[in-house]
Design a protein around this ligand. Structure first.
Ligand code: ZN
Length: 360
């Protein structure tokens, strides 16, 4: 018999069923339990403190932003694209595009939307519609990834940053112009390193976006009191965590990301950058969503999005039910909007314009 074809057995002994049971039986020590607004505010403080500890967000190193313009602005159809960078921690630089709508009056300020990216889009390039590379062009088509451009055409000032490990922030082994490199990322490895240091990449990404918010008042055409955040997939993760941890975000759109931890992170095959050590002991995603209340939040889900786990929408609505309890404490259930869409894992944006118009 050919040894390469020999089976090692017909029975398997996987560990996941036991882990699923264990997760079901334990966890969410700081899950939402508040029955009035005062109790909610205290719960929110406690959970934010715990999340800052788990992700390392409370142990980041502040520094001067040292904003710098990177090259000349580009004039495009209906908007202008500028490129800048800021320092978010000592020697950690975040490049980002600023998309400025045409037609601004002298001294006029517009609401600002931070548009965060997920995987497989070349970082900020796809969100900002910078489709010079064919792989980015294809990602925009496949996922509807150019939501930064969609938003600037609706009149918002849009900031499109690279997250650590993506786009121009890829580490040395992922740098290069092959399609697999452009669409690839170093996020998985960076999270391994972060975990070894008692941090989690989610904390680093949240910190960087908070520094981007610090920078917004220096843009003369940006209204720093009207800041929203949107994102698809890993960008939805960033948008959700930013809004949960920072009250300066007035409204948030989370697309293709909001679902229960247990199904998704045990049964799914998500990138390692989604994992925060010990998060399950304290909270699930419905609880993290509850930290946003009563600020407006739009959750967008494809009914066949495999990233929601094998139970698909059931795994989303269970979490939304938890989040909705926090909005109910404020009589603001109408500010939590769930957009069901027909299809898989992609940005739909069908209700985003209407939602942001009311929310910002
Ligand atoms: Zn990743």
């Amino acid at each position: 018999m050919d040894s390469a074809k020999r089976s090692i057995g017909t029975e398997y002994y996987p560990s996941l069923p036991s882990m699923m049971n264990r997760m079901q039986a334990t966890g969410r020590a700081l899950g939402l339990q508040a029955h009035d607004r005062d109790a909610y505010v205290e719960w929110r403080r406690n959970l934010r403190e715990k999340l800052a500890e788990l992700t390392g967000l409370g142990r980041m190193i502040p520094c001067d932003l040292l904003p710098q313009e990177m090259g000349e602005p580009r004039l495009l159809d209906g908007y202008r694209r500028e490129k800048l960078r800021i320092q978010t921690e000592p020697d950690v630089w975040m490049p980002f595009y600023v998309l400025v709508p045409d037609g601004l009056e002298e001294g006029e300020k517009r609401p600002v939307v931070i548009a965060a990216h997920g995987h497989l889009g070349g970082g900020k390039e796809s969100v900002a519609g910078v489709a010079d590379h064919p792989a980015v062009r294809q990602a925009i088509e496949e996922y509807g990834y150019d939501y930064g451009v969609q938003l600037v055409r609706q009149g918002y000032v849009v900031l499109c940053p690279d997250a650590r490990g993506f786009g121009e922030r890829r580490e040395y082994w992922m740098q290069g112009d092959e399609a697999s490199q452009v669409l690839g990322a170093s996020c998985n490895h960076l999270n391994h390193a972060a975990v070894a240091m008692g941090h989690a990449l989610i904390g680093w990404l949240t910190w960087d976006l908070q520094r981007l918010i610090d920078f917004i008042p220096s843009l003369p055409y940006a209204d720093a009191d009207r800041i929203g955040c949107v994102g698809f997939s890993g960008g939805g993760m960033q948008a959700l965590w930013l809004a949960a941890m920072d009250e300066r975000v007035r409204a948030v759109v989370v697309s293709g990301y909001f679902s229960g931890y247990r199904d998704v992170l045990l049964l799914g095959t998500h990138c390692g950058c989604n994992y925060v050590p010990r998060l399950w002991e304290y909270a699930d995603y419905g609880d993290i969503g509850a930290l946003v209340a009563p600020r407006p939040m739009l959750v967008e889900s494809g009914d066949d999005d495999r990233n929601s786990g094998p139970r698909r929408l059931a795994n989303v609505t269970e979490q939304l039910d938890v989040t909705r309890k926090a909005y109910a404490l404020f009589g603001s259930e109408d500010r939590l909007v769930h957009a069901f869409c027909r299809g898989g894992h992609r940005w739909y944006g069908e209700r985003t314009a209407e939602f942001l118009e009311h929310a910002l």
